[in-house]
Design a binder for this molecule. Structure first.
Ligand code: SAH
Ligand code: SF4
Length: 361
């Protein structure tokens, strides 16, 4: 058996099986779950409801490990960003965005190191996919963020700074669905971290065949990175559109399990000057959303070195927003958060590179 297996990231069933394999009853898994995910404990010796002999045995075979922060930055607006380093040295970024005026906020989690997709406006898209993150690394980002705010044991819902999760960091979560699903199920478990599915949003660039499973298995809120209203423009700025064009994407949204007027799908729309920001685009967006329980998030383009786009003037964005709102859809203009530390939407990236395969070397 691997002498340093991490217990974080195992599903409840996997943890129970792991304990069974060393001759322990299911209640051991239950105890461990509580210590790890409710109390945030990482040291077996402090798990006081577990007998000393058993603590020592666990310590020989397992660890309760988090990714390590290799850099931590705080923005002038309170946004915080961590560069986390995983066991093999690969790195990804995580961001905490506190709500202004309120004692709560969202942790923005990465699902991959880099991304296979190459959306032209996105900094992550300039980094090739290095690898998928494991369930342990995905939930570990959230737990490490909670460590920073000393938010253990799990406070009641309502009394938490880290109240929401958004799968909107580096990578395409629906291209790493199994690990994302395991991690989010751990986050939602009421005996542990206890974040309701209503406080979790998963953002996809439009991986159509995976959307229904996301709704059925996880029931989390869906955000779709739309960004263009014609296939011609979307093909150009989001190459995934060539695989899953707009008509298919909108149908998958219509079919998304659990979407209703009370739980609307969020359509993210990055405002790119002269590309997708005209009044005609706004009207076409309204036509596209017809009949869907939808809301729109207008994201002013966040610049990064080498980007080929510009952010439109405020008046242009406002005009776009007004057209969509007049048609009955909520369409707030997101104020950029954490731009000064490169923590805003689309600005995340790490230096990790894929090892050349022996054949390439
Ligand atoms: N890969 C998933 C999750 C990332 S979410 C997805 O694409 O949906 C990050 C959000 O920020 C996405 O909506 C993305 O399209 C948007 N984004 C990317 N680059 C941006 C930029 N430079 N400025 C503003 N938003 C950007
Ligand atoms: Fe990947 Fe999303 Fe960035 Fe596109 S916008 S490159 S899918 S992280």
């Amino acid at each position: 058996m691997d002498p340093v297996k991490n217990l974080i990231g195992l599903s409840r069933q996997e943890l129970t099986d792991e304990m069974a394999a060393i001759g322990e009853k299911p209640f051991r898994a239950k105890q461990l779950w509580h210590w790890m995910y409710n109390r945030g404990e990482t040291d077996f010796a402090r798990m006081s409801s577990i007998a000393k002999v058993m603590q020592a045995r666990l310590e020989e075979q397992y660890v309760v490990a988090r990714p390590k922060a290799s850099r931590e930055l705080q923005s002038m607006d309170g946004t915080r960003k961590w560069l986390f380093s995983f066991g093999d040295g690969n790195e990804a970024e995580t961001v905490y965005i506190p709500d202004i005026d309120e004692e709560r906020g969202a942790v923005c989690i990465s699902s991959q190191v880099g991304c296979t997709l190459t959306c032209r406006f996105c900094h992550t898209g300039t980094q090739r996919l290095v690898r998928n993150l494991t369930a342990a690394e995905i939930i570990g980002q959230f737990m490490a963020a909670r460590d920073s705010y000393s938010e253990w044991p799990t406070p009641d819902d309502g009394g938490r700074q880290l109240s929401n999760i958004v799968m909107m960091g580096m990578g395409e979560p629906l291209y790493n669905f199994d690990s994302v699903a395991t991690a989010l199920k751990i986050a939602m478990d009421g005996d542990g971290i206890g974040i309701s599915r209503r406080r979790i949003t998963l953002s996809t660039s439009g991986v159509v065949p995976m959307m229904a499973r996301c709704g059925e298995e996880l029931g989390v809120n869906l955000a779709v990175s739309l960004h263009a209203v014609t296939d011609e423009i979307r093909d150009r700025i989001m190459p995934i559109n060539k695989k899953y064009p707009l008509a298919e994407l909108m149908q998958a949204c219509r079919d998304y399990p659990g979407a209703s007027n009370a739980r609307r799908i969020t359509f993210e729309y990055v405002m790119l000057k002269g590309v997708n920001d005209s009044a005609a685009d706004a009207r076409a967006l309204v036509a596209l959303l017809k009949g869907l329980p939808a809301k729109v998030n207008l994201i002013p383009f966040n610049p990064w070195p080498g980007a080929e786009f510009e952010c439109p003037a405020v008046a242009e964005i406002k005009r776009f927003s007004d057209i969509v709102q007049d048609a009955g859809y909520s369409a707030p203009i997101r104020s950029p958060r954490g731009r000064d530390i490169f923590a805003a939407c689309g600005q995340l990236r790490s230096e990790s590179k894929r090892e050349p395969r022996p054949a390439d070397a």
